[in-house]
Write a protein that binds this ligand. Sequence first.
Ligand SMILES: [Zn+2]
Length: 463
Amino acid sequence: MRNEGWTLTRLTGRCLACLSAMLVLLLLHLCMAVTAHADATTTNTSDSNGLTALRLGTVSVDGQQALRLVVETNTPATVKMSLLSAPYRLVIDMRDVGWQIDSLPKKGRLDRSPATAYRFGQPEPGIGRLVIELDSPSAPFRAFALPPNKGGHRLVIDMADNGRTAFQVAAAALRDSKPIQFGGADLTNDQRTVDAETKMVASAITPPVPKPKQTKPTVTVNPAVGVPAPMKRPNRWVVFIDAGHGGKDPGAIGRAGTKEKDITLAAAIELARQLQATGHIRAVLSRKDDRYLKLRQRIKLARVQNADLFVSLHADSAASKSAHGMSVFTLSETASDKEAAALARNENKADLIGGPDLGVEDPEAANELLRMFQRESMNQSTHFAGKILREIRNMPGGDKRGHRFAGFAVLKAPDMPSVLVEMGFLSNREDESNLNREPYRRKLAGRLTDAIVKYLEEFGPEI
Ligand SMILES: [Zn+2]
C-alpha cells in the first residue's frame, strides 16, 4: 500500500507537474492571445489615427538624389522625428497612430538606399513608432504634409546624405524639438518648393524580402564581406576654406592698394596647406585662383563635399583708419553691433556684382526643419568661433574685437558650422602691412589650424 501510495503520489505529483506545465502553457497561450487581441484592439480601434500606407521614392534636389518617404495616415499626424546612429536610423513617433496596413507586416526590408528596413511598434500607449534603418548618415532636410489624394493624408519626408556633421547637427536639433503637427494650413511654401524643384521618380514600397535560408555556418568570417559600399571619407575631416571675393569683385581696397581678394586667396591657400599637413583633414578651397563666385555657390561647393566645417576668410575695411584687429563672425538674424551689420551688408553685396540671381530667393527659408537645423548649427558655430578666438588672442589685435554676429549670407549653410574670419582691416596701415607678409599669414594660418583641429576633436564626427 505504501508503495502503491507512493507510486500514486508520485504519479499524481507527475500529473500535477504536467498539469501545471499545461496550465502555464495554456495561460501563456491565453496571455498571448489576449496581448495579440489587445494589440490588435489598440492598433485598430483605440488609436484615433492609423498608418495606412508607406511609400518610397526618389527625388532629385539640386542634382542630388534624395530618398522620399511617404507615410499615409487617416488624419493629419503629429510627429516627432529623431535620428540615431549605429546603425543609422530615422525614428518617427506619431501620436495615436496604429498600424492599419493589413497587407504589410510590421517589419520588413527595404531596398531603396539609404532605406534598408522598416519596423513599426508602440513603445508606449498612444505612440506609433515607425523606424527606418539607413545605410548612410542621411538626414531629413524637408518634411511636409499633403492633403489626401485617393489615399490618406500624406506626410512626406525627403532625406539625403550630406555627411556625418550634417547628420549630427540634424540629430541634435531633432532631439530638442517638439512634436510637429503636420497638415496645417501653412504649407504652401513647402508645396511650392516641391512642385517647382522636385519630381517624384517612383512611388512604391518594396515588399519585404524573406530572410535568406540559413546555410552551413562558415568557419572564417571575413568582416569585409557583405559590408555596404565604402564610406565616402574614411579617416579625414573635410574643412572647406572660402577665400572671400575674387574676379570682378576685388573686395576691400587697402590704403596701400592691397586688394582683399588677393589677401584672402593667399591666406586660404596657406591654411589649406597646413590643414592638409595634419594628416587628419582634407582641405577644400572655394577657389584656387582669381575668380568670381556667388555666395550661395560657395555654400553649395562645401555641401557637395560633405564638409564638416566652413571657414570664410576676409580682410575688410572701415571708415575709421584706426579700426584694426581680428573678428570672428557667426550667423545671426540680428547683428551684434552696427559695424557688424554694416560689414555683413557689404559682404552680401558681393552677390549683386555678378548681376541678378534669379535663384537667390532661398526656398529653404520656408522649411521648418532646416530652420531648426540652422539654429543648431549656429550654436555649434559659436563653439567654433570660441576656439578660434582662444588661439588668436596673442596675435596683433586678436583680442580686440572678439566674437560678433550678423546676417552674412555666406554663413547660411543650414547643417554645417560656419564662421567668417575678418583677419584685419585693410583700411588700417599696420593690419594691411601684416596681411601682406607671408610669415604673418603663415602664423595666422597655424593658429586657425590649431583651432580647427581642437574643435573637430571635441565636436566633430569620429574619424
Ligand atoms: Zn570681405
